[in-house]
Design a protein. Structure first.
Length: 98
């Protein structure tokens, strides 16, 4: 996706950071603020996958219209992360340990 954006002359930025504070969106907010500061007139669009999608939804729910994003897409996110984590722990977790 980033390469396709770049081929159109768009600037792609990736935030990759893993931690277990599932309702903590300050890192995402700080990253968006930094991108906005260095590119004040550029429209910002965010794509998030899996746990990041969950965080993006939490972020948007908190900031609402105050977001600097003009659009956002979540892919394979869940709306109830704790319930999903419990399901994975009960049904698939052993698979990941093999």
């Amino acid at each position: 996706l980033a390469l396709r954006c770049q081929s159109r002359g768009w600037r792609a930025v990736a935030l990759t950071y893993w931690r277990l504070d599932w309702n903590e969106v300050r890192d995402l907010a700080a990253a968006l603020d930094a991108v906005r500061a260095s590119n004040p007139s550029a429209p910002m669009f965010c794509v998030a996958h899996s746990a990041s999608a969950f965080l993006l939804v939490q972020y948007l729910a908190r900031v609402g219209d105050a977001t600097p994003l003009v659009a956002a897409v979540t892919v394979a996110g869940c709306l109830d992360f704790l319930r999903t984590a419990d399901f994975v722990a009960r049904t698939k977790h052993a698979t990941y340990r093999r």
